[in-house]
Unconditional design. Structure first.
Length: 234
């Protein structure tokens, strides 16, 4: 094989690995964001339940106050009832007391319902908090893994870039710029094998003349279809 081609192939290998690392690196912040979103969602579901709980507690306190005012009214009415001499007034006050007592019973029933709701919510919050703690732990582990991965990628990137620079310095300038242009435009490979007279870059058969030139290996030959530089695979 042409010695320039051998160098180009090594250069291409490093360049492909560098590109792969860059692609992997772009996913790291996305993965981090995704994990942060999971963490936020988990915290939000606990907070939503706690908010519900606060609402239930507030409603319960309001009911307690309502019961309190009615209890006070009843004791005030009972004093009035005790002091009256008139029978019809005594009875009217009695009805009013009864009305307040009925209201208190209803309020107490509602309070019981709210207490049941609070118990249920308490259990739900407990379960959700447990789940959130597990999520937090798992996410923090994944975050650490991501940071480690990012560090590994970064040091690998530095090594490859250094190697790439050293290799590129040894290659003829014109050939290198031809390679760079091809690599940039094709996105995958600038130098590809010719297998059974077929370019493995574009999968087209080259002309017999081109195939012969590639096999002779005396010059840099391009695929007449896609422009990639060819080397003889057999
Ligand atoms: Zn081709």
């Amino acid at each position: 094989m042409h010695s320039d081609l051998e160098q180009l192939l090594v250069l291409q290998d490093r360049q492909q690995r560098i590109k792969q690392i860059q692609t992997e690196n772009t996913t790291v912040p996305l993965q981090q964001k995704n994990l942060e979103a999971q963490l936020a969602a988990s915290a939000a579901s606990v907070e939503a339940l706690k908010q519900k709980m606060r609402q239930v507690e507030m409603n319960r306190k309001k009911l307690e106050l309502d019961v309190g005012t009615r209890t006070e009214s009843i004791s005030r009415l009972k004093t009035q009832q005790y002091q009256t001499r008139k029978n019809d007034e005594f009875q009217a006050i009695g009805h009013e007391i009864e009305r307040y007592e009925n209201e208190i019973r209803k309020l107490e029933d509602e309070e019981l319902e709210l207490m049941e709701q609070a118990d249920k919510l308490k259990a739900e919050i407990g379960a959700e908090e447990k789940k959130a703690a597990a999520t937090k732990e798992s996410i923090s582990r994944q975050m650490t893994d991501l940071q480690d991965k990012s560090k590994t990628l970064e040091s690998r990137f530095q090594e490859l870039t250094k190697e790439h620079t050293e290799l590129a310095a040894k290659i003829d300038e014109d050939l290198l710029s031809r390679f760079d242009r091809l690599f940039a435009s094709k996105g995958d490979a600038a130098v590809v094998a010719l297998e059974h007279d077929v370019c493995t870059g574009c999968h087209m058969k080259v002309t017999p003349a081109t195939a012969m030139q590639v096999k002779a290996g005396r010059e840099i030959v391009s695929c007449e279809n896609c422009g990639r530089i060819l080397y003889n695979a057999s």
